[in-house]
Design a protein around this ligand. Structure first.
Ligand SMILES: [Zn+2]
Length: 460
């Protein structure tokens, strides 16, 4: 869709000069912005962010597009039904720019603002941060890993104490994943069959099976505001019939998840669009899930090594195919640049271990990209991590101090995790307010100017 990018020194320099010119004059409209960045490293993100108009859904007949199934059966079970499910959320769009939207998402435990970033708390905790710190920095929803919680403290114990909210004393939003992705990614012996995900128990080595029904039962016990359907995930770098098999299996499993869900009035079951990088498979999956009328939808299977334009193309396709009045969650994303682009394309929710994981390696997120606190240049740097950041860490500590602590004392990674999560949550708030206040294009240009022109951007 987009022409090849030029990444040479000259192009970067031209991009920087043009960005500066744009910024100093601030007189160029959207189409002018895109023209100015043509042929530079800024072209792709600018184009993806600003050039997608809302469009009516294509009137294609899904059933005519169905290729043959590879599972030995031509069953298309569930394709014809439109189900009315109970919902435990309200999604109100407060502002728009092209496809980007800012919304109020009311969950059983918290009223959230989107776009929103959800920190990942593996076992009911964000490593090194207290709940009051998470509230201070504006965390709205924490993601819990079902696989880890089911092993310890166990879903039975969580059920006994009234769920994970009570167990960890967190009164805001919680989301749990299905557990399947953790098994497939962490355990070498995991295997996926029509019944579910089979794996070797890390506790006693016995073979175990996680079915869609069990995943939902465990998540019902944990009690999060949002729970995820068990899906069949394949990496985007895999091609061929396996991608199609996984997509159809994901659609078959969603009906088992819906049937097993015992708490639809206070827990929201999200379906996950799969289909790799194949637009036809993505389309079939999105339509199949929309027919189930779920409270929200996720776009899964991305951030698996595909190139940026393929990634953004799939997000753009899926957001266009999903309902306007339901939240859209891009799983496992991401890098700040991805969150800005995906929000421009109409996505609302994100989760990623990146901000806290990179903190443990001594890296801070800043508007220009990243700052490596382990570097010897930090040893005598008495500035805060980011002089423009109002967070507790940047108000109280120097780069030199954190340089001393990092990788030697837990305090170092705790301070960096605090700052990095503050950065991600502030980015979410800025996206929300810029859309509501009608200055989203300016926000995108400012963000990309700082992030991409500095050549320190993580990820892309
Ligand atoms: Zn800070």
């Amino acid at each position: 869709m987009l022409p090849p990018l030029h990444s040479g020194t000259r192009s970067r320099q031209v991009g920087k000069e043009r960005a500066n010119a744009l910024w100093n004059r601030n007189i160029v409209g959207q189409s002018g912005v895109v023209r100015m960045f043509r042929g530079t490293s800024l072209q792709a993100p600018i184009t993806w962010c600003l050039c997608f108009k809302p469009k009516p859904k294509p009137k294609t007949n899904t059933t005519n597009m169905l290729p043959p199934l590879h599972s030995g059966t031509r069953s298309r079970q569930g394709y014809s039904t439109t189900v009315t499910n109970a919902m435990a959320l309200v999604f109100e769009v407060l502002g728009r720019f092209n496809r980007a939207r800012a919304a109020r998402l009311t969950l059983p435990h918290h009223v959230c603002q989107t776009p929103l970033f959800m920190p990942v708390g593996t076992q009911g905790t964000i490593k090194g941060l207290t709940n009051s710190q998470l509230e201070d920095i504006g965390c709205q929803i924490i993601l819990g890993n079902t696989y880890h919680l089911a092993l310890r403290p166990t879903s039975e114990l969580l059920d006994e104490v009234g769920g994970l909210h009570n167990f960890m004393n967190w009164q805001r939003g919680l989301l749990t994943d299905s557990g399947g992705f953790q098994m497939v990614s962490l355990l070498h012996l995991a295997d996926i069959t029509e019944k579910g995900v089979t794996f070797q128990s890390p506790v006693d080595g016995k073979p175990m099976l996680l079915t869609p029904e069990e995943s939902i039962q465990i998540q019902n016990r944990i009690g999060a505001d949002i729970i995820m359907a068990l899906d069949d995930v394949v990496k985007t770098t895999i091609t061929g019939p396996r991608v199609e098999e996984a997509m159809y299996r994901t659609l078959r499993w969603i009906d088992r998840c819906i049937a097993a869900h015992k708490r639809p009035h206070d827990q929201n079951l999200f379906g996950i669009v799969q289909g790799g990088l194949d637009p036809i498979l993505r389309d079939i999956c999105a339509k199949g899930l929309v027919d189930r009328n779920l409270p929200g939808y996720a776009i899964g299977g991305l951030s698996g090594g595909e190139d940026k334009n393929s990634f953004w193309r799939v997000v753009a396709q899926c957001t266009a195919a999903l309902p306007e009045d339901k939240p859209r969650y891009v799983m496992g994303v991401g890098y700040p640049l991805d969150i800005v682009v995906c929000s421009a394309l109409g996505a609302d929710m994100y989760d990623c271990v990146y901000p806290t994981r990179t903190a443990r390696f001594g890296t801070a997120l800043i508007p220009e990209g990243v700052l490596k606190l382990k570097h010897k240049a930090m040893a005598e740097d008495t500035r805060p991590i980011d002089p423009t950041c109002p967070c507790m860490v940047c108000k109280n500590y120097t780069r030199a101090y954190i340089h001393c602590l990092v990788t030697k004392d837990a305090m170092g990674s705790q301070l960096l995790s605090y700052h990095n999560l503050y950065y991600m949550l502030q980015l979410s708030r800025n996206l929300h307010s810029s859309i509501v206040e009608g200055r989203f294009p300016e926000f995108v240009c400012d963000f990309l100017h700082k992030m991409v022109c500095s050549r320190k951007s993580p990820g892309p």
